[in-house]
Design a protein around this ligand. Structure first.
Ligand SMILES: [Zn+2]
Length: 347
């Protein structure tokens, strides 16, 4: 890095909060956390940063891979506005240009910042391309997301009317304004698909760094890819692996345990999921596999017995999964509906 660039970077870094914190149960060692006015960057390994928005709204994780001469980014956030905030914030950790974006999967909260990256390769699975070039704004997951925004605005508006305490009223007002600005950001979305696609795997070479993009099988969607760093024993899993169950509404619960089995065959000791903190307790993957197998088996039995999806969602008993933890009978209707859909039409 040129000396002048280093000086400039040092000046920027001085203007931001830079702290070293211990994150017990998340990352074994102390990790560096850099915050800007919109983002928190946690260095997971060797200049590979988990980027999380600090705004109190739903958003996904991004992974910022700082290489010798460039930056490769994984996932583009929930809206173009949030993607622009991310690009601006990345300048606080490196002057290197972003030269490629990888989409872990097609879901709106991970891929609807894509349109801001209009002059670089956007890499994703063939399935992700098909979904984003289709009618992504008509997909149930997106429609439900928009409905959620409207419901939140309605709830906050009602709360504002009812609140008598002036201090609390001001807080609700401020949050409502911020949330409205976030929700209006959805109006700008013009879905952009990947312009480079893969069906199985691809490797990006950046100096000594190898960035492997791998499709391990269907799981959370039909086209999840993981981003694997063999030298750093790190993998970014998107939404196909968490420390617990993922959203199942577009999932392949019958095939998912086997896909996770293939994930476990990679040599890594930490994974970064699509939401939440990095996970080092890899035994969680076994628990999740057991949970999916059991959920599929029980739901399939109920389906065969003619139990409606609504009744199955109410009565299915998964409370034997105490470590997940599942504490109550029942599960989400959308999960059961998706399983029933696959039982009827196992494509
Ligand atoms: Zn997702």
């Amino acid at each position: 890095m040129a000396f002048l660039t280093k000086l400039l970077l040092a000046a920027i870094v001085r203007s931001i909060v830079c702290i070293v914190v211990a994150m017990p149960n998340v990352l074994a060692a102390t990790v560096e956390v850099i915050t800007t006015d919109t983002h928190r960057f946690t260095e997971v390994r060797n200049q590979i940063y988990l980027a999380q928005s600090t705004a109190r709204v739903f958003n996904s994780n991004a992974l910022v891979i700082v290489n010798e001469d460039d930056v490769v980014l994984v996932d583009s956030h929930v809206t173009p506005a949030k993607a622009r905030d991310l690009i601006k914030s990345i300048k606080a950790i490196t002057p290197n240009p972003i030269t490629a974006l990888i989409n872990s999967h097609h879901h709106w909260d991970h891929a609807h910042g894509n349109q801001v990256f209009n002059d670089i390769p956007i890499i994703g699975h063939d399935f992700t391309y098909t979904k984003l070039v289709g009618a992504p704004l008509e997909e149930a997951t997106y429609v439900n997301g928009i409905a959620g925004n409207k419901a939140t605005i309605a709830r906050l508006t009602a709360q504002l009317v009812e609140e008598r305490d002036s201090e609390k009223k001001a807080e609700v007002q401020a949050y409502l304004e911020m949330f409205k600005a976030h929700a209006y950001g959805f109006d700008e979305i013009r879905p952009v698909p990947p312009n480079v696609t893969l069906s199985q795997r691809m490797t990006l070479h950046r100096g000594a760094r190898e960035i492997e993009i791998i499709f391990l099988g269907r799981a959370h969607t039909g086209g999840d890819v993981v981003v694997y760093f063999p030298a750093d024993k790190l993998v970014f899993t998107g939404d196909m692996a968490f420390g617990g169950p993922s959203f199942l509404g577009d999932g392949y619960v019958d095939e998912w345990p086997e896909t996770l089995e293939k994930l476990k065959r990679l040599d890594f000791d930490v994974f970064v999921p699509g939401h939440g903190p990095p996970v080092t307790d890899l035994n969680r993957l076994d628990l999740v596999q057991d949970f999916y197998r059991d959920l599929w088996r029980k739901a399939a039995t109920m389906h065969a017995e003619g139990v409606t999806a609504e009744d199955a969602a109410e009565t299915i008993d998964l409370t034997n999964h105490t470590d997940i933890p599942i504490t109550e009978t029942g599960t989400s209707l959308v999960s059961i509906q998706r399983i029933y859909e696959r039982l009827i039409d196992p494509d």
